[in-house]
Design a protein around this ligand. Structure first.
Ligand SMILES: [Zn+2]
Length: 141
């Protein structure tokens, strides 16, 4: 996975040329140029291109948002597969890990690894309908 850049590393109201933006975000100038090709809004009418910090922030946030893979209702996240997977036989164990949060754990049907999902207590009834849930008494983080 490509390394993440912190959008807050640039000031929203400042303008950056490619080199300055690269330095501020700790990436290469080529990366910035790729972002511009990819849709990062830049003032390209004159050189050097100037990029508004707020445009960089908007671009990065949108990029990371679309990279996130939302889980379907009946999926847990499998870190080995790096995506949502159904638990084997829809069997999961549920343990409370915080006041309002449970951790669901199951076996990834695809790779056999451990897949997990954090849910809030409010979501318990919905997940209880989908999965065959065993309640674990010990909390595991
Ligand atoms: Zn898996």
């Amino acid at each position: 996975m490509a390394k993440r850049v912190n959008p807050m590393a640039v000031k929203a109201n400042a303008t950056y040329d490619v080199l300055e933006a690269a330095r501020a975000l700790n990436v290469t100038p080529a990366t910035i140029r790729n972002w511009i090709k990819d849709g990062l809004e830049a003032m390209t009418s004159s050189k050097p291109y100037l990029i508004l910090g707020s445009a960089i922030r908007t671009y990065l946030r949108a990029k990371y948002e679309s990279a996130r893979r939302p889980l379907k209702d009946d999926e847990l996240f499998c870190p080995s597969c790096r995506e949502g997977r159904k638990p084997l036989n829809l069997k999961v164990t549920q343990s409370q890990i915080a006041t309002k949060t449970d951790l669901l754990k199951g076996v990834c049907h695809h790779c056999g690894g451990t897949a997990t999902r954090m849910i809030s207590h409010k979501q318990r009834p919905a997940f209880a309908e989908m999965f065959n849930i065993t309640t674990g008494r010990n909390s595991e983080a």
